[in-house]
Design a protein around this ligand. Structure first.
Ligand SMILES: C=CC1=C(C)c2cc3[nH]c(cc4nc(cc5[nH]c(cc1n2)c(C)c5CCC(=O)O)C(CCC(=O)O)=C4C)c(C)c3C=C
Ligand SMILES: [Fe+2]
Ligand SMILES: [Fe+2]
Length: 334
C-alpha cells in the first residue's frame, strides 16, 4: 500500500473552486476542546520557531496544562448561540461570496471554507472540492497581510495535501492583499460609518496581530505589509500622523514581539488625556477572540482603568457587502 488513496476520475470539463481559509477555533469554549486545538496550533513549526525538543517539553509540560482553562474562559465570554464568532463569520462570508459570484454569472463556481487548525480541515475540504469536479482551486488565506506563521502555514497544509494526492488540480495560492483598493475602501467605509454613528475619537488606533520581532529580522514582510495597509487607510480617511497610530496585539510568550504593543499604548494615551479612542483591527477579516475579547474587553478595561473616557471598537469587515465585493475581486483576479 502506498500513501495515495483511490480517487474518482474527474469530469472532462473541470470546475473552478474557491477555498477561503481562516485560522480555526476550538469546537467549544471549554478546556477539553481548547487542549487539542492549542496542541495542533502551537505544534506548528511555522508558529513557534524554537528547537523542537525544547518546545515539546514546554508545550506539553507547561502550556497545555495551564492555557486551555484560561483561554476557555476568554472564549466563553465571546461565544454565541451559533458558535465561535470566527467560524460563524467565515461561514457567512463563504455563503455571501458564493451568492455574489453566482449573481455575476459564476453560478457553477464552488465556494467553500476551511480552517488551518481544527475543523473543517483544509485536506477534508480540498478532497470534497476535488470529488465535486474542481479542476482549478484558488486558496485564499483570510489574512490581508502576509505572515509566515499564518499565510505560509496555510500553504504548507495545502502542500501536504498535494503530497498525498495523485491527481492534483491546478492551484492558485493568494499570498496577501494589504493594498487592495476594495479592501482599503471597505475598511475606510467602516470607520466613516462608525464615526457617523458614535462621533469621532481623539485618535484612531489601528491594531494588528503581532508576531515575534525575530521573524521580521529574519525576513518576514508582515510588519511592512501592516504599515502599507495603515498608510493607505490613513490616506483614504485623510488622517495626519498625530490622529492615528499602528500597534500590535496578541503577544504570546516572553520574547519581544512587534511594537508598540496595543494595551500599553492605550494606557499611555489615557494617562496623557487622549481620552476618546476608536480602535480598528484591519488585519482580521472576521471578529474573533483577539478582537472581541482582547481588544473589546481586556484593552477597553485597561484603558478605562488608566483614566480613559470613551473606548470604541470598530467591528471587523465580517459580512460588510463592499468587503465581500473586494473578496470576489481578489479571488477572480488572475
Ligand atoms: C492575523 C493573523 C495572525 C497571525 C500572524 C498570528 C500569529 C500568531 N498567533 C499566535 C498565537 C495565538 N493566536 C491565537 C488566536 C488567534 N490568532 C489569529 C490570527 C493570527 N495569529 C486569530 C484570528 C486568532 C483568534 C482565533 C479564534 O478562535 O477566535 C491564539 C489562541 C487563543 C489563545 O489561547 O490565546 C494563540 C495561542 C502566535 C504564537 C503567532 C505567531 C508566531
Ligand atoms: Fe494568533
Ligand atoms: Fe490574544
Amino acid at each position: 500500500m502506498g500513501r495515495y488513496r483511490k480517487e474518482s476520475v474527474p469530469t472532462a470539463v473541470g470546475i473552478d473552486a474557491i477555498l477561503l481559509v481562516n485560522l480555526g477555533t476550538p469546537e467549544a469554549p471549554t478546556a477539553q476542546a481548547l487542549r487539542p486545538y492549542l496542541k495542533q496550533f502551537l505544534s506548528d513549526p511555522r508558529v513557534v520557531e524554537i528547537p523542537r525538543i525544547v518546545w515539546w517539553l514546554i508545550l506539553n509540560g507547561i502550556i497545555l496544562n495551564t492555557r486551555p482553562k484560561k483561554s476557555a474562559k476568554k472564549y466563553a465570554a465571546i461565544w454565541t448561540k451559533e458558535g465561535s464568532p470566527l467560524k460563524v463569520h467565515t461561514e457567512r462570508q463563504t455563503k455571501l461570496l458564493k451568492g455574489l459570484l453566482g449573481e455575476s454569472g459564476r453560478k457553477d463556481m464552488l465556494v467553500d471554507y476551511a480552517m488551518r487548525y481544527g475543523q473543517p480541515s483544509i485536506a477534508s475540504v480540498l478532497d470534497r472540492l476535488k470529488a465535486l469536479g474542481a479542476a482549478r482551486i484558488t486558496v485564499v488565506p483570510l489574512y490581508p497581510q502576509y505572515a509566515a506563521s499564518a499565510t505560509a502555514s496555510v500553504f504548507d497544509d495545502v502542500a501536504t495535501w498535494t503530497q498525498n494526492t495523485r491527481n492534483v488540480p491546478e492551484l492558485r495560492l493568494v499570498r496577501s492583499f494589504p493594498e487592495h483598493p476594495g479592501y482599503i475602501a471597505a475598511l475606510a467605509a467602516s470607520v466613516r460609518k462608525h464615526w457617523q454613528m458614535h462621533g469621532r475619537g481623539d485618535k484612531l488606533v489601528m491594531s494588528f496581530h503581532g508576531i515575534p520581532k525575530r521573524s521580521v529580522d529574519l525576513g518576514d514582510p508582515y510588519q511592512a505589509e501592516c504599515q502599507a495597509t495603515a498608510k493607505l487607510l490613513a490616506n483614504e480617511l485623510q488622517l495626519d500622523a498625530q490622529h492615528y497610530v499602528v500597534t500590535f496585539q496578541s503577544r504570546f510568550g516572553a520574547a519581544a514581539w512587534l511594537q508598540p504593543y496595543t494595551q500599553p499604548t492605550l494606557e499611555q494615551f489615557a494617562k496623557e488625556s487622549v481620552s476618546r479612542i476608536d480602535v480598528i483591527c484591519p488585519g482580521f477579516a472576521a471578529d474573533c477572540l483577539e478582537t472581541l475579547e482582547e481588544i473589546g474587553m481586556e484593552c477597553k478595561a485597561a484603558f478605562l482603568a488608566a483614566g480613559g473616557k470613551e473606548f470604541r471598537l470598530i467591528p471587523c469587515l465580517n459580512e460588510q457587502p463592499d468587503w465581500i465585493r473586494a473578496l470576489a475581486d481578489i479571488v477572480i483576479a488572475r
